[in-house]
Design a binder for this molecule. Structure first.
Ligand code: NAG
Ligand code: NAG
Ligand code: NAG
Ligand code: NAG
Ligand code: NAG
Ligand code: NAG
Ligand code: NAG
Ligand code: NAG
Ligand code: NAG
Ligand code: NAG
Ligand code: NAG
Ligand code: NAG
Length: 401
């Protein structure tokens, strides 16, 4: 009889082992925008009249001081910040969803000389105990410093910490954005236990950053596509620009795909240099995504555009470039990972033999791959499960005796 009871208890024990993730789940935010240091929640509307709520940070952190940089009639997320004069490490706990969902995480820093010292501080930013970035803030009155990741949340929570690296430099933060990317196939080559740290996301041939132009209908994930025109190349723009995003790999916004740079001659290539680190030539494992769709409308559509893609003189892909305005809205995305680079990388795009058009490039994203194998709060999850098991054993014993 005793053996039987012991067997039942063990059965409970093993059954409970599988329960915690489903039983102790809290509902996380699929879209969390935090205006750090603000005392009031604010709502904003984008071009499509979709409302966003910028929350205060009070429910996500207990330490630090709220600071208003400059009283301003117009709402601006960068007008307030939270600074951390005390303690070595101060952390936000962000309730988000795990289950293999990728998030875009973006931390914003706008110094604005809030302390009157004219000394923008440097400090470390960590995610779940892993180094995310060495933050160096600046005196710029226009551009905030952003650090962005594509990240899989563990155990329904992400812990974002600001870590002091020098006694006389006080860490601060202005904004936090966490946007769930509900397409599980997005950035599909990203591996488990890694995160993608954004190096650059460039919308070529455009004269205006796409974040300022579009709303959520076009850019579902709040990505910022910086504009870039280059004197060496033609800037080509489509005649009609749908206000929408394209359906397919990585869901690029139409306005991003509607502009491109084109080599001036079919025999010329597009050459781009990506600088990862200026000082030391350290090895980086990089993830490149190139987006192609020829913005020029041809009638009859008898042209073909096809390119070879090289990184540091190695041919890594060959792709057809669909023509803009084709009935099926086809575009081409080439994802290259892993690519090992030292300090900088040369990207070259050249026409293949039977292409009738000079090469084009619409957009390119470059990430460096980060190891995030540390982390989560596994121990808490484990101890909850452990106490639940103990409780059940107690009840089992009470019940049987
Ligand atoms: C917050 O709202 C209160 C009352 O509406 C207002 O007096 C105060 O100025 C607001 N604070 C900020 C930082 O906007
Ligand atoms: C951050 O700085 C430390 C030295 O302080 C360096 O070892 C590390 O490689 C840097 N990390 C990044 C991501 O820049
Ligand atoms: C990565 O994680 C997913 C979900 O947790 C899992 O299904 C998959 O097997 C993992 N892949 C590898 C290579 O470990
Ligand atoms: C940007 O390009 C568009 C389209 O070519 C043009 O109409 C506009 O004037 C340009 N704006 C600036 C600021 O150059
Ligand atoms: C593309 O735009 C840039 C910036 O305005 C300009 O310098 C360049 O000359 C343009 N290219 C052509 C071919 O007009
Ligand atoms: C897209 O939206 C802009 C601004 O609202 C508008 O000017 C433009 O005509 C729209 N384009 C299309 C194709 O609907
Ligand atoms: C394009 O390049 C070819 C070969 O280099 C040259 O013969 C031709 O004149 C060039 N065309 C233009 C428009 O520059
Ligand atoms: C990359 O670095 C090289 C050499 O330092 C410089 O000439 C080039 O302009 C840089 N390119 C970019 C895109 O920053
Ligand atoms: C495409 O058709 C146009 C008009 O018929 C013609 O002028 C052009 O040469 C053709 N282009 C190619 C690559 O066949
Ligand atoms: C990139 O190209 C430049 C100029 O052709 C060359 O000096 C440099 O060594 C190349 N870099 C790599 C990493 O191949
Ligand atoms: C080029 O990239 C596409 C999309 O990423 C992929 O399907 C294809 O297999 C690649 N081709 C080569 C030759 O690597
Ligand atoms: C391009 O050339 C290759 C062989 O040279 C041929 O097999 C292919 O059909 C051609 N493609 C087009 C679109 O003409």
């Amino acid at each position: 009889m005793d053996h039987w009871r012991l067997f039942l208890s063990l059965l409970y024990l093993s059954a409970l082992h599988f329960l915690p993730s489903s039983c102790y789940r809290t509902i996380g935010y699929s879209r969390l925008l935090i205006d750090c240091g603000s005392s009031n929640e604010t709502t904003t509307k984008d071009r499509d009249s979709i409302t966003d709520t910028w929350r205060t940070d009070e429910e996500f952190i207990k330490s630090g001081k709220n600071i208003l940089i400059a009283p301003n009639q117009n709402f601006n997320v960068m007008n307030t910040l939270r600074s951390f004069p005390d303690g070595n490490k101060n952390c936000y706990k962000l309730p988000l969803n795990s289950d293999d969902i990728k998030y875009l995480l973006r931390a914003g820093f706008f110094y604005g000389n809030y302390d009157g010292q004219s000394r923008p501080p440097s400090f470390k930013l960590e995610i779940d105990g892993n180094l995310w970035a060495n933050v160096t803030t600046s005196m710029s009155q226009e551009d905030p410093v952003y650090h962005e990741l594509v990240y899989r949340v563990k155990q329904d929570q992400a812990t974002l910490c600001l870590v002091r690296t020098s006694n006389d430099e006080v860490p601060f933060i202005s904004s936090i954005e966490a946007v769930e990317m509900d397409d599980s196939n997005i950035y599909r080559l990203m591996e488990n236990k890694t995160a993608l740290y954004l190096h650059s996301r460039i919308n070529y041939g455009a004269n205006k950053s796409v974040e300022k132009l579009i709303g959520r209908m076009e850019e579902e994930y709040d990505r910022i596509w910086e504009s870039k025109e280059m004197s060496e190349y033609l800037n080509v723009t489509a005649e009609v620009i749908p206000n929408d995003s394209l359906l397919g790999e990585n869901d690029p916004p139409w306005p991003v795909m509607a502009t491109a740079i084109r080599a001036k001659n079919i025999s010329d290539s597009i050459y781009l240099t990506v600088n990862f680190s200026s000082a030391q030539k350290t090895q980086v494992v990089a993830y490149f995504v190139l987006y192609f769709m020829d913005p020029t409308f041809f009638y009859p559509p008898n042209q073909t555009n096809k390119v070879d893609i090289y990184i540091d003189s190695q041919k890594l892909n060959t792709t057809d470039i669909p023509l803009f305005g084709r009935y099926d809205n086809a575009y081409s995305v080439v994802s290259l990972y892993p690519v090992r680079v030292f300090g900088s990388a040369n990207v070259t795009i050249s026409s293949t033999g039977n292409s009738t058009l000079a090469p084009v490039l619409n957009a390119m994203e470059v990430f460096s791959v980060m190891d995030v194998s540390k982390g989560g709060h596994m121990m808490i999850g484990f101890s909850i499960a452990f106490y639940a098991v103990l409780l059940h054993i107690c009840f089992t014993i009470l019940f049987f005796y």
